[in-house]
Design a protein around this ligand. Sequence first.
Ligand SMILES: [Fe+2]
Length: 291
Amino acid sequence: MNHIVPNDATLTIRPIGQTFGAEVAGMPIHGDVSPELLVQFVAALHRYRVLVVPRADVGPADLVAFSRRFGPLEIHSRFESTLPDHREVFCVGNVGSASFSRGVEQWHADSSYRPVPSDASLFYGEIVPPEGGDTLFADSTAAYRSLDAAMKQRIDGLVAVHSLESLRQWGLRHNPDRKQAIDSQTDSFPPVRQPLVRQHPVTGARSLFVCPAVISHIEGLPIDEGAALIDSLLAHITQPRTVYAHRWNQGDLVMWDNRAVLHTASLFDHTRYQRLMYRTTIAGHAPGLSE
Ligand SMILES: [Fe+2]
């Protein structure tokens, strides 16, 4: 799927994954953006679910300004890892006070533990390691579509409980250093109920809302049965056909629709390399269960 699809005189979209994902050229990230281009960009996000803007080369202030065009921004629950001059920017990596995971990452959609989860996220490569530290995306929309009818019927209407405490426990098992930082936040985010199958409020497409490290249980199912169901759905979602791995170049900007895809990261050698990523997060505006 390496053909070029001109969308208008300036915005060019090139599909990059088998079922989702596209590279976008011609989108101004700095300064003014015409409403027409913005509409096209948002339409592309809804259609392709993950958009890559190579070499956007943007600073934190411009990243925040660009991100705000899509809606109000979240301030991340790990406040100590936000930029002091731009609290909307959450820092990920092993530089300064950035949020650093030295263990295995886990598939998730951002801020699923909030009553209203994030609509979309933007991720920017400020310092990228020469190997590792990829961002992997899974097309949970195409994955839902390809489930058999019996499984669709089985999971229809199921509710998963997403809990920052579950994530904290998971983090302790994989990142003992994080204990202090995460302990302080679980009181602010009590467990929330989210649909296991969510429906996108714009496209109407259904997708699998599966965040294994955050989900404590599925309502109405024994813990083991719920965990086995999550494992089985995740195996389906993360088949090669519905996964796109983004290999970062410094200055790349990637935006994804949290209502349509899951993501995770590959490890990198933190003893040899630096990694610093800036993330902004578009706040959600529709309660999960009524989407
Ligand atoms: Fe994330």
